[in-house]
Design a binder for this molecule. Structure first.
Ligand SMILES: [Zn+2]
Length: 375
């Protein structure tokens, strides 16, 4: 058999079928019950199971079963599960303000929605082909598939829930990315999936099933969340080790943009300082030719500066990039005709204090101060 290559269902790294463990024949789907006239063709399938060497996600290389978009549940919620879920939903309700929106992905017959409403959420959900049974849709349930939801749904939900549905999906990345898009910025994602560690620890390879394309450990689930813009809040192993339950939130973005704004503000205050001193007729030197200072100088009104002073010998008499200010040794301050009145000390850490006292102990009086004033 020739080897085939498949993109990882999470990180898209190439996975070769030659590296997969093959088990079979297995039933071709969990929901397949052959009729007598199908017996001759029912030879089952060989599951090709592999662990992505990059992201660590264990997965089947097989095609999904034809009903993977649908949640097939055998029964309604047991009283124990109902009680557990209600407690969990009430706990999650505490994160939000007025009447938050909860949205269940793969909600079957909408059994969780009344519980979510009891807990104080405005609850709705989606289920693919929910109407095929010939019954009308339960309140709040829409017949659609997650990846078919358009951008008009983005950012609208405070709580997204999905119980043991992600493991059926051919593309974990697309699924979680869509969850990320649907969630409000300060929303929460509640997800459960079967626990691969239990399958492995209990040596139960017959637990692999054609319906489940993805097999998560707590670790690979966290990786999947991280790769799709989430950060984990809480991870629990539940249901006698059978399932992993996580609560995650969107990873805040914009830290770099905010650090750029802070730099813009620093440049403004630096320029104000330079202009004030220049207006007073002061001639200005900058102490420090480190990369941060040189970068800041390149953004500032450097024509108001006379020179740069630095104690590193290898920098002496070189020129700063962009500003082309000359870098001078500290000894120039011993010359009463050096043409400097004010020294702005722009060094990191504990050095500014040391340098300022060094300047103040010189036989010639200069005004020295640290810039920015507190660092
Ligand atoms: Zn991968």
């Amino acid at each position: 058999m020739t080897a085939t290559t498949h993109p990882c269902r999470l990180c898209h790294a190439p996975l070769s079928s030659a590296d997969a463990v093959q088990i079979g024949p297995f039933p071709k789907a969990a929901q397949y019950y052959p009729t007598p006239n199908e017996f001759t063709h029912d030879r089952g399938i060989v599951l090709k199971i592999t662990e992505c060497p990059d992201c660590g996600l264990t997965q089947l290389l097989n095609e999904p079963v034809d009903y993977y978009r649908q949640v097939i549940t055998a029964a309604s919620l047991s009283p124990v599960v109902r009680e557990q879920r209600l407690t969990l939903f009430r706990q999650l309700r505490g994160y939000f303000g007025m009447r938050p929106s909860a949205f269940e992905i793969g909600c079957a017959g909408g059994e969780n929605l009344p519980l979510l409403r009891d807990a104080g959420f405005a609850a709705s959900g989606i289920e693919f082909a929910a109407t095929t049974a010939g019954t009308s849709l339960p309140e709040g349930v829409t017949d659609t598939y997650l990846l078919d939801l358009g951008p008009e749904n983005h950012g609208r939900h405070d709580l997204l829930l999905s119980f043991n549905y992600l493991e059926h999906q051919p593309d974990a990345h697309a699924f979680l990315q869509k969850c990320h898009a649907l969630l409000a910025d300060d929303g929460r994602l509640l997800l459960t999936v079967p626990n691969l560690d239990l399958l492995l620890d209990s040596q139960s390879a017959h637990e692999f099933v054609a319906d489940h394309l993805l097999y998560f450990t707590a670790e690979s689930l966290e990786t999947a969340l991280r790769l799709t813009g989430f950060s984990l809040i809480e991870c629990q192993i539940i249901n006698n080790q059978y399932d992993i339950q996580i609560i995650a939130k969107k990873r805040p973005r914009g830290a770099i943009a905010s650090s750029k704004s802070a730099l813009d503000a620093l440049v403004i205050s630096f320029n104000e300082k330079l202009r004030t001193l220049a207006t007073e007729g002061k001639r200005i030197a900058i102490w420090g030719a480190g990369h941060r200072t040189l970068a800041l100088l390149s953004l500032a009104e450097y024509h108001l500066i006379d020179c740069i002073i630095d104690s590193a010998r290898f920098k002496h008499d070189k020129f700063a990039p962009i500003s082309h200010l000359r870098i001078r040794p500290p000894e120039i301050l011993l010359d009463p005709d050096c043409g400097i009145d004010v020294i702005l000390v722009m060094l990191p850490g504990i050095y500014p204090k040391e340098v300022i006292s060094r300047i103040e102990s010189l036989p010639i009086a200069y005004h020295a101060e640290q810039f920015p004033p507190t660092e």
